[in-house]
Write a protein that binds this ligand. Sequence first.
Ligand SMILES: [Zn+2]
Ligand SMILES: [Zn+2]
Length: 59
Amino acid sequence: MKMNSILKCNSCKVSVTNLTGLVRFTCPSCSEKEIVRCSHCREIAARYKCDNCGFSGPN
Ligand SMILES: [Zn+2]
Ligand SMILES: [Zn+2]
């Protein structure tokens, strides 16, 4: 089941549906999982983790 309507920052888990500056990209490791990050977490380079393959990184 996909829940594309509810976007949450992968790092801080805040709902980013109505936030500006959010970024969405597919996991650079497995290319399957979509990673969502808010602008704040990008700014502080908070770590994210792909729960599909376990990859984590700052970018
Ligand atoms: Zn965040
Ligand atoms: Zn992955």
